[in-house]
Design a protein around this ligand. Structure first.
Ligand code: AMP
Ligand code: GLY
Length: 427
């Protein structure tokens, strides 16, 4: 069959690699893709929000399945767009419809959903411009630190953790009255700060049946020892030691089952990936957020651990018979280190020539922000590569990933040297 992946990051390169391994995939397209996907698939210069052009591309190339990488097209209703047109209806989309995508597209919706279906999460309330004063009073009555979240999509930047009441009030004012995150912060969710260790849990569902994919731990901060600004993710590991079978059974009971049940009760047929961001608070899982797609860089450690044919899993997801397909997971340790451009997550340069790729061995190089420029591969984003090491030991996987990250060169290259070390020290 012919498959189209939408997106251009390391996540999409990882999907492309895994899909290419399947004998079920005939032709693979990525829109817009990067220099890595260009090597194994056909890149098409179309943005992932250009639905009309995507539809045209699908018809022209007889695409049977579209895997949506990022959240934006889902929140904008790409599934609804395809389902509404008779000539596109037969194309299977992996990703929820607009209603399902609200789990990520609106923090208020997702918090109300969690509260309604008894899913453990931090206490919260939401405010708008017209209830700004009530928001200030709510802050006054809350313990610090406190978390303020823009309701809508804000490219991963819409969360502020305020350490004291002055900063909290200022943040609320900037978000609600000064449109700090544009329209996304017209509404703000204020929620209690949860102390613990984060865990990313991934569920693939056909709307009824589901499979729990390997869990991962993401390293979100730019600096070592989790310091500095929040990023899209600077590295990830899988498996995660504290996510024991017992813990994951608790997550399934307290979080996954009520989420599936809640979706059904809301009349949402969710077809795709649910990424549950959890805070592990002394053995108790609390949901921080839902995402309606896979994580990046988590995908770069999750997919290498899946032994089953990914295309079979995706087809079963689309057809509603995921219960009939086996999911086999490799117990190996996977560690990915993200190599970024100087300045990321703030302003950074693009177009720097990358060298040293051929020297990288014993690990998987996932391209993220790269592009082909004449005969060179050049930087084209803040996160440039995700380098995944696989080994029977966590230590071995860290070493492979770090060695690979070291060998790649471009001006201003930066990567964290402590990915996985916290977990290694804790065991
Ligand atoms: P989000 O965009 O919801 O993933 O939030 C970004 C990051 O902020 C999360 O990955 C956490 O590190 C942090 N965060 C969000 N909500 C909370 C919370 N209630 N307590 C503590 N940290 C949080
Ligand atoms: N790595 C976090 C995310 O993909 O949202």
């Amino acid at each position: 069959m012919n498959i189209l992946i939408l997106g251009s990051g390391g996540r999409e390169h990882a999907f492309a690699k895994k899909i290419k391994e399947s004998t079920l995939c005939k032709n693979l397209f990525v829109a817009p893709g990067n220099a890595g996907t260009a090597k194994i698939a056909t890149n098409i210069e179309i943005g992932f929000n250009e639905f009309e052009k995507i539809a045209e591309l699908c018809l022209k190339n007889k695409i049977n399945l579209v895997l949506v990488g990022p959240e934006e097209p889902l929140v904008n209703g790409i599934r609804d767009f395809f389902e509404a047109q008779p000539n596109l209806k037969h194309i299977n989309i992996i990703g929820p419809d607009k209603a399902g995508a609200r789990l990520e597209g609106s923090k208020e919706f997702s918090k109300n959903f969690m509260h309604k279906y008894g899913i453990p999460t931090a206490v919260s309330a939401s405010f708008t411009k017209s209830t700004f004063l009530e928001g200030l009073a709510y802050l006054e009555a809350s313990n610090m630190p406190i978390v303020l979240k823009a309701d809508g999509l804000a490219a991963g930047k819409g969360v502020i953790i305020a350490q004291n009441i002055t900063d909290a009030k200022l943040a609320l004012e900037e978000m609600l009255l000064k449109s700090k995150f544009g329209k996304a912060s017209d509404k703000v969710v204020i929620e209690a700060f949860l102390k613990g260790v984060e865990l990313s849990v991934f569920v693939l569902t056909d709307g009824t049946n589901y499979k729990i994919l390997p869990e991962a731990k993401d390293y979100k901060r730019i600096g070592e020892n989790d310091t500095g600004l929040n990023t899209g993710g600077m590295g990830a590991i899988s498996p995660v030691t504290f996510a024991t079978n017992k813990y994951m059974a608790l997550v399934e009971k307290r979080v996954i089952l009520p989420t599936m049940e809640g979706l059904k009760k809301e009349g949402i047929k969710f077809v795709g990936f649910i990424f549950i961001g959890l805070m592990n608070c002394e053995g108790e899982p609390y949901v921080i957020e839902y995402n309606v797609r896979m994580g990046d860089p988590e995908t770069e450690v999750v997919l290498p651990r899946i032994e089953s044919d990914l295309v079979s899993l995706l087809v079963a997801t689309a057809k509603g018979n995921l219960n009939e397909v086996e999911l086999t997971i490799n117990p190996m340790n996977a560690v990915t280190t993200v190599v970024v451009a100087e300045g990321y997550p703030e302003e950074y340069k693009k177009g720097d020539i990358i060298t040293g790729l051929e020297a990288v061995e014993n690990c998987v190089v996932y391209h993220s922000g790269t592009k082909l420029n004449k005969n060179n591969i050049v930087t084209n984003g803040g996160r440039v590569f995700a380098i995944t090491g696989l080994s029977n030991s966590l230590e071995g996987a860290i070493a492979k990933s770090q060695k690979g990250a070291k060998e790649i060169t471009f001006e201003g290259k930066y990567y964290r040297k402590d990915i996985g070390l916290d977990i290694l020290r804790s065991v």
